[in-house]
Design a protein around this ligand. Structure first.
Ligand code: NAP
Length: 298
């Protein structure tokens, strides 16, 4: 793992795609002293970067030829294939780092596609927003050949805290998805609680510090619960799932009584009820992994 390292030796780098994210990526490379070539379909988005010292390539093919490291950050994988699959773009010998968001199947397919064109391919997931790029708070995950990552790790470190997850090209996208489900689950749970408390005149700002403390407390349970999942053994050391299910029923009843949306607690309870029906009521909460590791209704 590396964080933004301004002392890395200058490495020529190409950034293709200068949307909100691509402009921040190129800006961070420039700031760290790396000779930066850029290209964007709408050329005017390069103006500020050119004023800061970037070189604007006339075509995407020229941009790729400018050096051996190419970062691409477009709307989606389809745009990447359309652009870099064009006849004037030669990927042979390039290390292509694709920071476009997508899923793991797209990442693995893009790796195969790039490999056929002679490129070394690293997939990447940016777990940060543009203003944070170039600081240690910008977490950027990579997967694909470790050797390629190692070769460019110090240059990539200009973007933030960069990590190599493994050789499987799909890993960065999978971690991205896992992070998103964590983000939305925490936010939805907080919104459910906020809706309940508003019925008693408690505003969101008053509840937020308590909610943050709860979320941080629950996060502390994860390593121990992960151990249970990895061992496949779920003794009820703290509470049994059927105890949780009774509390879920209270949450549903309270929500409905107060005229608050009860869809989320009903989802929790439906999953717990299935696990209890399968004989897991006396085990601890992480036994629900068995519900999560199969499609709904299976
Ligand atoms: P954006 O501002 O909408 O920029 C999209 C970029 O893709 C532009 O450079 C656009 O070119 C280019 N593009 C789209 N279709 C193209 C095509 N067919 N051929 C050539 N260029 C094409 O989006 P963004 O916020 O920079 O996001 C880019 C990627 O980063 C996405 O995959 C996004 O999920 C990911 N990401 C973004 C954030 C964020 O907070 N913004 C955070 C994490 C990850 P034009 O300028 O010519 O339209």
């Amino acid at each position: 793992m590396t964080d933004n390292n301004a002392s890395a030796s200058p490495t020529p780098v190409t950034v293709i795609g200068l949307g909100l994210m691509g402009r921040s990526l190129a800006g961070a490379f420039l700031k760290a002293g790396h000779p930066t070539t850029v290209w964007n379909r709408t050329a005017s988005k390069a103006d500020l970067l050119v004023a800061e010292g970037a070189r604007l390539a006339p075509t995407a093919g020229d941009a790729v030829r400018a050096g051996s490291l190419t970062i691409v950050c477009l709307t989606d994988y389809r745009a990447v294939r359309e652009l870099l699959g064009a006849s004037d773009v030669d990927l042979d010998g390039t290390t292509l780092v694709n920071l476009t968001s997508g899923d793991s199947a797209q990442a693995r397919e893009a790796a195969r596609w790039a490999g056929e064109r002679g490129a070394r391919y690293l997939d990447g997931a940016i777990m940060a927003v543009p203003p944070v790029i170039g600081t240690a708070d910008a977490v950027i995950l990579h997967s694909g050949p470790h050797q390629a990552f190692e070769e460019y790790e110090s240059a990539l470190g200009a973007l933030g805290t960069v990590t190599h997850l493994g050789e499987d090209h799909g890993l960065a996208s999978l971690y991205d998805m896992a992070g998103l489900t964590m983000m939305w689950s925490v936010l939805n749970a907080w919104l459910q609680g906020t809706a309940l408390l508003r019925t008693a005149g408690v505003d969101a700002a008053t509840y937020a510090p308590f909610a943050r403390q709860m979320a941080a407390g629950v996060a502390e349970w994860l390593p121990g619960y992960a151990g249970q999942i990895d061992r496949g053994s779920y003794p009820a050391e703290v509470a049994a799932l059927e105890t949780d299910a009774r509390a879920m029923a209270h949450l549903i009843e309270e929500s409905e009584a107060l005229g608050v949306n009860a869809e989320l607690p009903k989802l929790f309870k439906a999953m717990a009820d299935r696990a209890i029906a399968a004989g897991h009521g006396g085990e601890q909460y992480p036994v629900l992994i068995e519900e999560f590791t199969k499609p709904a209704g299976a």
